[in-house]
Ligand binder design. Structure first.
Ligand code: UT7
Length: 330
């Protein structure tokens, strides 16, 4: 028995931050941003929107899509690096808002690979028979940790949420395999230094801007391409599927050039089979492949028996890939 994604949902805040808006904030240009990242705009949460409230909206759509009721959810796993609070978990806040009376709840933190880590945990609980229906959620308010005076990072990130119901029964996307990896040696190349117990908030940490994302972009870029390619190929090997049998690639949306570099290493994948949202939403970290997967499924272009390859990379470093197969009759 394979766990299946039987419903997906996503939520994007209404407010748009365009490249032209950014031109008025820092020394940058639409030309630079588009040519270096492929991004044109990203969404920014309102002051009263949080990862929990955005996650709730994504979950409602995923549960409706899956035709499951709140009472049927056994477990909720939230992947986020911008939780509402350090504690209690964002998962508990969503659990309460949705009335998931019988669900256990936990947050996980695997940065931009969070969706795949959550999927892997859900797959294990379903296939071992512990739970029947699990909500996985990825929700980020990255605008709360971005320095809008730092042009090297502020153009890259956006806010948004995605969710999926992973179940024992039903038609949908069978989770054939999830491959995960990590390398803590590179932790300092992409991090938020302040606010944890090592550098708790003080006037000094605020003055030194330690509560904002710090990234060595160039270095991260190279690792991202290498790790996502390797994870994808490892995942295909594991399920003994050839590259040419992959119908769709749903990659983490950090930079269009990263996606193109990975695509080049998959010689059989035409560009219209690589699902792109980075132009509209920028990098939404853990949420990114979940949002892309939801949008792809809602286009109704995925056909019976087609294979979808998901891959992601993020701070830690963490990375992963997953092979999903679409089956309408299960
Ligand atoms: O989601 C987790 C994973 N994250 C990623 O995978 C992100 C990986 N990194 C990247 O996507 C790219 O490295 C960036 C988009 C962040 C940067 O692109 P790049 O082509 O690597 O540019 P760079 O950092 O090498 O900078 C090139 C130049 C520099 O100027 P000099 O030193 O050549 O004079 C930067 O100061 O571009 C300058 N620059 C900018 N110019 C205009 C950096 N940011 C900007 C900007 N507007 N926003």
């Amino acid at each position: 028995m394979k766990a299946k994604i039987i419903g997906t949902g996503s939520y994007l805040p209404k407010k748009i931050l365009s490249n032209l808006d950014l031109e008025r904030m820092v020394e940058t240009s639409d030309e630079w941003i588009v040519s270096r990242t492929g991004m044109k705009e990203r969404r920014i949460a309102d002051d009263n929107e949080y990862p929990s409230t955005m996650g709730v909206e994504a979950c409602k759509l995923a549960m409706m899509d899956a035709k499951v009721t709140p009472e049927e959810i056994d477990f909720i796993i939230v992947a986020t690096l911008t939780p509402d609070y350090i504690f209690p978990s964002t998962a508990c806040l969503i659990q309460e808002s949705l009335g998931l009376k019988s669900a256990a709840a936990i947050d996980i933190q695997a940065a931009c690979t969070g969706y795949l880590y959550a999927l892997s945990i859900a797959k294990s609980f379903i296939e071992s028979g512990v739970y029947n229906n699990i909500l996985i959620v990825a929700s980020e308010k990255l605008s709360s940790i971005v320095d809008y005076e730092d042009r090297s990072t502020c153009v890259l990130f956006g806010d948004g949420a995605s969710a999926a119901v992973v179940s024992k029964n039903g038609p949908g996307l069978s989770v054939e395999s999830v491959c995960l990896g990590a390398d803590g040696e590179q932790a300092e190349l992409l991090m938020l230094p302040g606010g944890g117990s090592r550098n708790p908030a003080t006037q000094k940490t605020v003055n030194e801007k330690l509560h904002y994302i710090k990234m060595a972009g160039n270095e991260v870029f190279k690792h991202a391409v290498r790790r996502m390619e390797a994870a994808s190929k490892q995942c295909l090997d594991q399920v003994q599927i050839k590259e040419e049998e992959v119908s769709w690639l749903v990659p983490h949306q950090a930079n269009k050039r990263i996606i193109e570099a990975i695509a080049k290493r998959f010689t059989h994948l035409p560009s219209d089979k690589i699902f792109i949202t980075v132009d509209r939403y920028g990098n939404t970290s853990a949420s990114s492949i979940g949002i892309a997967l939801d949008e792809l499924m809602k286009t109704n272009t995925v056909k019976e028996g087609e294979n979808l390859l998901l891959t992601a990379f993020g701070s830690g470093f963490t990375w992963g890939a997953s092979l999903l197969k679409f089956t309408r009759n299960a």
